[in-house]
Design a binder for this molecule. Structure first.
Ligand code: ADP
Length: 157
């Protein structure tokens, strides 16, 4: 049974995140989308709102679930006996950051393996922070986020 976690902020979830989830769901037996609740980070959506959106979006996949995490991801994984940590990469910029993060996690938890999945070319420009900025200027984000996220952004902004 190959279990993996896909951790992130998902503030808000985008088609880029969903593409990684969809592809990972066909590779792993069990995938948990882990939504970070970092007290030092400023989010637009609360942890519960992000969890609610992810729960709606992962409905098509029976082997995908979602959870909140306010501890180190490696501690979350160790507690549940999960060894595979999945991260998406859009390009070299992401990769250098993700590589350092994976080195830090390796030092903290040698038994955990980070696996990178490259983005689909259709989604490589999608970034939650750009989308929030675009939405705040009433830009067209219909091709970037699912309709329920678009509605949530409209309400929030
Ligand atoms: P974090 O704050 O942890 O980077 P994000 O929600 O921004 O959280 O991203 C979560 C994960 O999803 C990261 O591994 C990120 O690289 C990946 N990701 C975000 N957008 C895309 C995209 N468009 N294509 C592929 N991966 C993506």
């Amino acid at each position: 049974m190959l279990k993996a976690v896909f951790p992130g902020s998902f503030d808000p979830p985008t088609f880029g995140h969903l593409n990684i989830i969809e592809r990972a769901a066909s590779l792993f037996d069990d995938l948990t989308v882990v939504i970070a609740e970092n007290r030092d980070k400023k989010y637009l959506f609360t942890a519960e709102e992000r969890l609610g959106m992810i729960n709606d979006l992962i409905r098509p996949w029976g082997n995908v679930s979602a959870a909140l995490c306010d501890t180190l991801i490696v501690d979350y994984m160790k507690k549940r006996g999960i060894r595979l940590l999945l991260r998406g990469v859009r390009g070299i910029g992401d990769f250098s950051y993700e590589f350092e993060l994976s080195m830090m996690n390796k030092a903290l938890a040698p038994g955990i393996e980070t696996v990178f999945m490259t983005t689909d070319p259709k989604y490589f420009v999608l970034r939650s922070s750009f989308i929030k900025e675009l939405a705040s200027f009433h830009g067209d984000i219909a091709s970037m986020v699912p309709p329920l996220v678009m509605e949530a952004l409209k309400t929030k902004l």
